[in-house]
Design a protein around this ligand. Structure first.
Ligand SMILES: [Zn+2]
Length: 397
């Protein structure tokens, strides 16, 4: 199981010992990366789709490893004033990398990194520099960067919340970073058919990275992270794909609309895709359906969707996004299993639709919306006024 963020919620359905571990104690709430979400509803027929994911034994073990972190009371992350425009310099040695973080980012401790992990520290540092520069040097930034193996290898980073505040640590999953070389070829193999669903123009960056990888020119962890996260998104998640946005664009073209009507995929102005969605019994609702929907629409009309690539530091930006604002998971967490659960986190359908235009993961709940939107802003994405308004509404709660 991929998630960290959801494990606390899942604990409630798990063994009595987990429940007692939490009883009377803290109410930790893990916020994890966008990567940890799998769902797949178009806003078409949102209410009709409801899928429960099987809680695996792995989730159980992973939850335990995370729980141990809560034996102590957390120290809250603090605001720091850094240089308004830090120039990132890639370190050649471990000492240099740590020194850079201490001097420029105010990081007091890199916990769990070894001399060989220079690339990992460089990756985190560069991501943090970008966030700091975006904030003109005034930001909440943790004193500690922790590098540790989590059981699950798909989550690359996470932060911990207690009450409405966040802990003073940014956690990086060593297992994820260390396994990246073996994960890329698998994802690459799976991506071949899916890549054709997207326009060449929108796939340009991903194609460049694939080329670089195939020519054995990819040595940088930063490039590997970027390639892996994009391939994974293309293959399995489709979580950051702007469904509504790109599908609406397609529906606005009369010729394509007519093709859908002719093929019975559109009736009375509504897309009819329900029967094409796999059932929970097929075991892959969360991962299969979006790709399937794209395939159906693309095959029926010849339309190519626009792919929205993720950058190499998206996870760092996302987690830092959580840290900049109050924890508002009282409105719901990223751990959802159905479109209805997503919708229930919002005050109304408009809010939900606005969040969905940022990413599917953003639509899971207001606190993930804040993190996702912040990441998009740091990445220089253009955001609509609706998104900005909703962001400031929840970010200032
Ligand atoms: Zn998150």
């Amino acid at each position: 199981m991929v998630e960290v963020s959801g494990q606390y919620n899942r604990i409630q359905n798990l063994s009595p010992s987990f429940k007692s571990a939490l009883a009377g104690g803290y109410k930790p709430n893990l916020q994890s990366m966008p990567d940890s979400f799998e769902s797949s509803n178009l806003n078409v027929n949102v209410e009709k789709t409801s899928f429960k994911e099987i809680v695996s034994g792995l989730a159980c073990l992973a939850a335990y490893s995370v729980l141990k972190l809560f034996d102590r009371k957390i120290t809250e992350v603090q605001t720091k004033e850094l240089e308004p425009n830090i120039e990132f310099k890639k370190a050649e040695t471990y000492e240099e990398a740590v020194k850079f973080g201490k001097e420029h980012l105010g990081i007091q401790k890199y916990r769990g990194f070894s001399k060989k992990d220079v690339d990992a520290i460089n990756w985190v540092n560069e991501g943090l520099v970008n966030v700091s520069n975006y904030q003109n040097g005034k930001l909440k930034i943790p004193d500690i960067i922790s590098y540790k193996n989590m059981l699950d290898s798909d989550t690359s980073a996470y932060v911990i919340a207690q009450g409405d505040t966040f802990a003073n640590v940014l956690h990086i999953n060593k297992r994820h970073l260390k396994n990246i070389d073996s994960k890329i070829p698998e994802e690459l193999k799976d991506s071949e058919s899916a890549i054709n669903l997207f326009s060449d123009k929108s796939m340009q960056r991903v194609n460049e990275l694939i080329e670089k990888y195939k020519n054995n020119q990819m040595t940088d962890l930063k490039d590997k992270m970027e390639l892996y996260h994009n391939l994974r998104q293309i293959n399995k998640r489709f979580a950051k794909l702007p469904y509504t946005e790109s599908i609406n664009k397609m529906l606005k073209t009369p010729e394509l609309r007519q093709k859908l009507i002719d093929k019975g995929l559109m009736v009375d102005g509504q897309l009819k895709l329900g029967k094409y969605l796999p059932t929970p019994k097929t075991g892959g609702m969360h991962t299969v359906a979006p790709k399937k929907v794209y395939e159906i629409l693309s095959n029926a009309t010849g339309f190519k969707f626009d792919y929205k690539p993720v950058g190499p530091f998206n996870t760092v930006y996302h987690e830092m996004g959580h840290l900049q604002y109050k924890n508002i998971s009282k409105y719901g967490t990223g751990d959802v299993n159905s479109g209805k659960e997503m919708l229930d986190s919002w005050k109304n359908r408009n809010e939900f639709a606005t969040a969905l235009s940022v990413s599917e993961y953003a639509a899971t709940c207001p606190s993930e919306f804040i993190a996702e939107t912040f990441a998009a802003m740091v990445d220089g994405e253009e955001l609509s006024d609706d998104v900005k308004l909703l962001f400031y509404k929840y970010a200032e709660e």
